[in-house]
Design a protein around this ligand. Structure first.
Ligand code: ADP
Ligand code: ZN
Length: 750
């Protein structure tokens, strides 16, 4: 009893803040209670008392853990015997996590039914962020060089590199000079080069001021939109603005003005892009406008750069952060605006770990921080358009392309009337168009959203199909690499010479096209043309993307063949012919957004054409020329198409007019997964207006060796979906070995 009394005085007086709740970045929902730092329990020791957001070291079992003070005391924590509580070890010398970020973590956890500690881990990744950086040294020339040192050609190359601006660490220097590490080491031993402390991994944290460089002259429409955004940033407070502009209308230049306004007011800005690794052109434009690099945040940063970036943002030295989804959890304490570019992109939905939609959570963060959010797109999502319609978001429109460029003309190519030759994929119509563009010295693009050479390989002798051992999926041939790969689990194997089933020799044949095969066909059709492939296989980082885009802009490429990574954002002034090899791909399947997404993707692809003075033409190869998506693309009838999509979904009470949550039950044995899914279904909530569909075997019924069954919870728009889910899952017994994944607002139906 004394323990309970210590926290709840019988006289009802205020509970002293004599314990602190610390949230740890581990998959636990609850914050743990600790005693305050020794000597700070006294309320008079105000300056030393811990505040919410403070980053602290605490004892965790026998080790030391890092966590964040979440509240002086959490209401949901069980009363723990005070005598068993341990004190906080120390407060780390770091700025506290901003209050809006802490609330965001609570919010995302509650919304997605994820333990809070697991969400916190996205904000403070202790392994890379909080450990002190390793000392780093660079090399420099010894002047004058020691007498008698031998100078081989390799050593010459190293010295030549070193005379260029650094810093040069030993490995970077060796790589740049094309020599082995031993050569550089030998030079250090010979006294030709010496070590010097290296500046931090990222030296420039600009921009500091908005007016470092003049803004480009904006068109009247651009200026009107920019002025509205500036006003919103200046006024502060929460708002969401959709920047709705056709491809090539200059949305980027316009939202740069919102960022400039935030900087002018001493605030920070956050920009979310769907694929930061592929945004070399975006960074180039940012540099041109602001004269410095933003802090870039994505999963491929080296630990040293990651650490330096996080600290610069937390300390407020870095003023603009740009990144993919995870940048949303950066500790920007003086946030003045959040921009989500290409807001309709499905890439903003994280499908693993914490399953959340970065665009939606960006709006939540803006609300918690009381700042404006800007969503930009040429093809806004139905969710966002509905929010505009219902008055929650405002819309700014850019109706024309910058500089008077025309929107491309879209032609439907009916493949039943204009079939390509057998085992070929480019129709005569498309071939003629590409030839004409090439003859005028312009460029062409062939789009097929399928990596590799062929989606299916089978044996001509016995009909055996090559499938993944871990997934319910065909293996995709990657001919350039000589391998068969699974696009779901990443496993790959060399392309066998014998059929694994009937042992026939050289009997495996490729069925259907991937981009490699289209490129092969293009090379045969236009032997003089310089052809490049752009997919996530050929472009694995910002450097590759930049190199490829540079080559395209320098006219070193005549035909670019690629997947959706090529569809986004890029500006190629000489690109005049775009061929969509299979406009029907993506329309099949049970995805409620299949039509919307296909429209958005193909509209983006089409938007690459004719962005400068040369008019562009787009060819959609299809077997479904009457499909609403194809028709809308050809007619440029976006609004009409989206309106009919809205009507359809309203009728069926599907998002955004109803709410969905997907539940995926998986286990290593199919029978166990199915039994667990059935048990869940049997215990389904019986509430009016709430329906549970399934269980059904998932379309991807086997993934990474786990058998999967799906259930779908469907509610009206006003229902508390999370409460229903929580009550349902908490009241169902789930055996060990069964994994339950909850996906609120699902975008993937595999
Ligand atoms: P969107 O994102 O709307 O498709 P972009 O922002 O990529 O369009 O702009 C298309 C092209 O036009 C880019 O090369 C951009 O630099 C250029 N541009 C847009 N507005 C201006 C302007 N006011 N002055 C100069 N160039 C502009
Ligand atoms: Zn697989």
């Amino acid at each position: 009893m004394p323990a309970a009394r210590a926290t709840s005085p019988p006289d009802g007086s205020r509970v002293p803040t004599h314990r602190v709740a610390v949230l740890l970045p581990v998959p636990v929902d609850r914050a743990f209670d600790y005693l305050p730092l020794p000597g700070t329990d006294d309320p008079s020791a105000k300056g030393m008392a811990l505040k919410p957001g403070d980053i602290v070291a605490v004892p965790l079992g026998k080790t030391r853990g890092i966590g964040v003070v979440w509240a002086p005391s959490t209401p949901d924590s069980k009363p723990v015997d005070r005598a068993r509580l341990k004190p906080v070890l120390e407060k780390l010398d770091l700025p506290p996590l901003p209050a809006d970020l802490c609330r965001l973590i609570d919010w995302v956890a509650a919304y997605t039914l994820t333990p809070r500690g697991k969400v916190l881990r996205m904000a403070i990744n202790t392994a890379t962020i909080l450990h002190p950086p390793a000392p780093r040294t660079a090399c420099r020339l010894v002047v004058p060089p020691p007498a008698g040192a031998r100078l081989t050609p390799a050593r010459h190359r190293v010295l030549a590199r070193l005379s260029q601006p650094g810093p040069w660490s030993r490995p970077v220097l060796a790589k740049a000079a094309g020599v082995s590490g031993a050569v550089v080491r030998g030079m250090a031993e010979a006294g030709l080069i010496e070590a010097t402390p290296m500046a931090p991994a990222v030296a420039v944290w600009g921009p500091s001021g908005a007016d470092a460089l003049p803004a480009p002259a904006l068109s009247p429409a651009q200026e009107a939109a920019a002025a509205a955004l500036r006003r919103r940033v200046g006024d502060g407070g929460f708002s969401v603005t959709l920047l709705d502009g056709v491809t090539g209308s200059g949305k980027t230049e316009v939202y740069f003005e919102a960022i400039a306004e935030a900087l002018r007011r001493g605030r920070q800005a956050l920009v979310l892009l769907p694929e930061i690794a592929l945004s070399a052109q975006w960074l180039e434009r940012f540099r041109r406008r602001f004269g410095a690099d933003p802090a870039v945040w994505h999963s491929d940063l080296t630990p040293a750069v990651r650490r330096a970036t996080w600290h610069a943002i937390a300390a407020g030295h870095a003023r603009v952060a740009v990144g993919a989804r995870s940048a949303l959890f950066l500790p920007l304490a003086a946030l003045g605006v959040i921009v989500v570019d290409e807001e309709h992109e499905a890439a903003f939905k994280q499908e693993e770990g914490v399953i959340y939609h970065a665009r939606d959570m960006a709006v939540v963060r803006a609300r918690l921080a009381a700042i404006p959010a800007v969503l930009a797109s040429a093809t806004p999502s139905l969710e966002t358009l509905t929010n505009v319609e219902e008055g929650r978001y405002t819309r700014l429109v850019l109706a024309d392309r910058h500089g008077g460029a025309q929107m491309p003309q879209v032609t439907i190519v009916d493949l039943r009337r204009h079939p390509p030759p057998r085992r070929h994929w480019l129709s005569p119509v498309l071939r003629t168009a590409v030839t004409q563009s090439l003859e005028r010295g312009e460029q062409a693009m062939l789009f097929l959203n399928r990596r590799g050479y062929a989606p299916l390989t089978l044996c001509r002798g016995c009909g055996h199909r090559m499938r993944c051992a871990n997934c319910a999926a065909w293996l995709v041939e990657h001919r350039a690499a000589g391998r068969l790969a699974c696009h779901h689990c990443g496993e790959s194997q060399p392309l066998p010479r014998l059929c694994p089933h009937c042992q026939a020799e050289d009997s495996l044949i490729a069925c259907g096209p991937g981009v490699e095969r289209v490129a092969e066909e293009a090379a045969a059709a236009w032997p003089q043309a310089r052809i490049a492939i752009m997919t996530s296989d050929t472009v694995t980082g910002p450097r590759d993307a930049e190199a490829l885009v540079d080559r395209m802009q320098a006219r070193e490429i005549d035909i670019l063949v690629g997947t959706q990574v090529m569809a986004k954002g890029h500006h190629f002034p000489l690109l005049t012919a775009v061929g969509v090899v299979d406009a029907d791909l993506g329309l099949a399947g049970g995805d409620l957004r299949a039509a919307e997404r296909t429209f958005q993707l193909l509209h983006q692809v089409a938007g690459r054409a004719g962005r400068a003075e040369h008019p562009g033409r787009v060819y959609l190869q299809t077997y479904l020329p009457q499909h609403p998506v194809t028709q809308a693309l050809a007619a440029g009838a976006r609004d009409r198409f989206m309106a009919s999509e809205a009507e359809d979904r309203r009728d069926r009470l599907l998002p955004p007019f109803g709410r969905l949550a997907a539940i995926v039950v998986s286990a290593s044995a199919a029978a166990e997964a199915e039994a667990a899914a059935r048990a869940l279904a049997k215990n389904a909530p019986r509430i009016e207006g709430v329906r549970v569909l399934g269980p059904a075997a998932a379309p991807l019924s086997l993934l990474r060796g786990r058998h999967r069954f799906r259930l779908l919870l469907k509610t009206g728009k006003g229902a508390n979906l999370q409460a229903i889910l929580r009550q349902w899952l908490d009241s169902t017994k789930i055996k060990p070995g069964i994994k339950i994944e909850v996906d609120v607002d699902p975008y993937s139906f595999l």
